[in-house]
Write a protein that binds this ligand. Sequence first.
Ligand code: NDP
Length: 485
Amino acid sequence: MEQLQNLIGGELRGAINGEWLDNIEPATGKVYSQIPRSTAADVALAVQAAEKAFPSWSTVAFADRAACLRRWAEKIARHSEALIHAESKDNGKPISLAAAVDIPRAQKNLEFFAGAIEHFASEAHIPADSSHIHYTHRKPLGIVGCISPWNLPLYLFTWKIAPAIAAGNCVIAKPSEITPFSAFMLSQWAEEAGIPKGVFNVVHGLGNEAGQAIVEHPQIKAISFTGGTATGAHIAQTTAPQFKKLSLELGGKNPAIIFADCDFDKALATTIRSSFANQGQICLCSSRILIEDSIYDRFKTALVEKVKRMQVGDPAEKGTKMGAVVSQAHRDKILHSVEKAKEAGGQILCGGYAATPPNERCNSGFFVQPTVIDGLGPKCAINQEEVFGPVITLQRFRDESHAIALANDSMYGLAATIWTQDIGKAHRTASSIESGIAWINCWLVRDLRTPFGGVKSSGLGREGGFEALRFFTEPQNVCLPTHAN
Ligand code: NDP
């Protein structure tokens, strides 16, 4: 059985304690590899390696850092077939999705931040009398921790490590223990890409062991974390007394607002995609579908008819659109949320059960039939708590202000989609919604320069573009007189 390795100080190695954790393929339910069960001792070793590497890496020219990232991106391109299959096997997502989204975007993240660091200029301020010059010197923080989740493994892993490394930091990264494979592959190519030993370290293991050790380590100056809101709150509590910089990208309960004057077919097709892509396991997926009264029945009927036809299948097969959810525990959690919704009086319009794809290989895998629930109000658990699976609810609204009130009736505020052909209404609704992103008549259109993040319990801070480079640097104001005394 393949044993994945940590990367510490340029060396691929197991955990110091010699312990291993099983890695399971969600589509089959079978163990197919193992990862090191790292602890605080491994994190301490990685920090030592990073401390050694930092003085030199932090002074490497921007163009040379960019060249390393570009060479690393080329490795992703060269090995993209292998990465696509690895990501699909590790996560349960269809290979078509890994090929269209995850792996190309991971490559793009490295290329994008290579370019971004070359264009990242500091500000200077000169008063009206020109007596002084103030300039901002943005220095790398030192050693930073990057902790990423399982839903878009390499995509979100590279989204964090690329700006951190580009800005001159040394990184201790931990991928989710459930989806470690693609990060391991990437770590094997770091040296060939020219990343010096100790600049990029990967410590595999459990969140509450290896992850917690990263968060607690006093030499780690910042934590960039994407994951659940409860874990984010725990990290905020742990790091507050150390005054660490924090970037938290957390959960969501995203509304899709369907006004009666929308382009019906486009709204329907995109809402199905925004609800069920990656089995609903994207933080930006729609989970509360809010529909205007006058088209409620028509939209509901058309939606349910299409969702009923969606089939789960073996993620390794080319034609599969709906793969496995990430683990047995996650499947059970999703189904438990559906049961609670039923008990609260929700009507299951379709789905609501563990599905089995026709492929025998997948008999013991973790699959959930796409589920649509009707008849529950905004305060119900299913409309308040993140399910993070292929489960959506429908709610009816009277008018614009009712739609906005329903959309904002949530502790979360990550993303929203708005469907209307009235441009004024679209802008008004977008600006009234408490969310980090509002998509009008589209979904998941991303430009890596834009600020990415959530409000309320969906997070703290912004990633993307120069926001990420600002996060991974500390600004110092330097002031000097322009005239000799
Ligand atoms: P978790 O919060 O369970 O875990 C995220 C990462 O944190 C994993 O690597 C995990 O390790 C680690 N971790 C867990 N406990 C600790 C700890 N005490 N200290 C440090 N690290 C820890 O989230 P999931 O992996 O379940 O991811 C799903 C969540 O991520 C959803 O809520 C989703 O909304 C959110 N998400 C948010 C996005 C955004 O941009 N806002 C994007 C994508 C997902 P391990 O897996 O080993 O336990």
